[in-house]
Design a protein around this ligand. Structure first.
Ligand SMILES: N[C@@H](CCC(=O)N[C@@H](CS)C(=O)NCC(=O)O)C(=O)O
Length: 217
């Protein structure tokens, strides 16, 4: 059993963000819904005790547990050796925080919660995709992709010239989007985002965590 355990299913984009952070730092970890013989099912009291908001991931490190992906990633960056994943310059560091927050809220809501989950876990009659919901969600996906296109500009990463926690939060959700055939038309209008995802997939951490074999659908 590793000292660092990530509670949550390894197909969750946020769990993957923490896994990417561990790989980038060279931290040994394990991930899954069971730890130390206890199963932390979604909405089960064991999980609620660790995160009263009933979400994953939750990090367990020794005696400590933490929830909220960006906070977990910042903790891992501070606590462990390995490459720093946050700039020391206070303006750039705040920009990384800003993007972590925007990605974990607006971008995740638009891409994962309202668009991808509708396609992957269809809730229509007989398990059909609710096309009206997908149509309704599509303009916001286009809007956040345009924002990310602009932020990337000619750069390789979201903030500054190296991989940061903002990229760890962005990568899994964008990896899923790029890998979803119905999103092709949206991705074709976001070539910088597509190239960015390719770049992240090529990293050792990306090869270990991304390209979503476990995502159903
Ligand atoms: N703000 C939280 C969001 C976490 C989140 O939405 N996790 C999803 C999995 S990707 C979850 O727990 N979903 C279960 C549910 O909402 O019931 C974070 O950044 O960690």
């Amino acid at each position: 059993m590793s000292a660092v355990h990530i509670i949550g299913p390894t197909f969750s984009n946020f769990v993957r963000s923490v896994m990417l952070t561990c790989h980038e730092k060279g931290i040994e970890f394990d991930a899954g819904m069971t730890h130390g013989g206890t199963r932390y099912g979604l909405h089960a009291p064991e999980l609620t005790t660790l995160n009263p908001f009933d979400k994953v991931p939750v990090l367990i490190h020794g005696e400590h547990s933490l929830f909220e992906t960006a906070s977990i990633c910042r903790y891992l960056d501070a606590e462990f050796d390995g490459p720093a994943l946050q700039p020391t310059d206070s303006v750039q560091r705040a920009q990384v925080d800003q993007w972590c927050a925007a990605l974990s809220t607006q971008v995740d809501q638009a891409i994962v919660r309202r668009y991808l989950l509708e396609l992957v876990f269809p809730k229509g009659p007989d398990g059909s995709v609710r096309e009206d919901q997908v149509r309704e969600a599509t303009p916001d996906v286009a809007r956040v992709l345009a924002i990310l296109e602009q932020q990337l500009g000619d750069g390789d990463y979201l903030v500054g010239k190296t991989f940061t926690l903002a990229d760890a939060i962005a990568a899994p959700m964008l990896d899923y989007l790029v890998g979803t055939p119905p999103a092709r038309g949206l991705i074709d209008k976001a070539p910088r985002v597509e190239a960015y995802v390719e770049r992240l997939r090529e990293r050792a951490s990306g090869k270990a965590v991304l390209v979503a074999p476990e995502f159903p659908g």
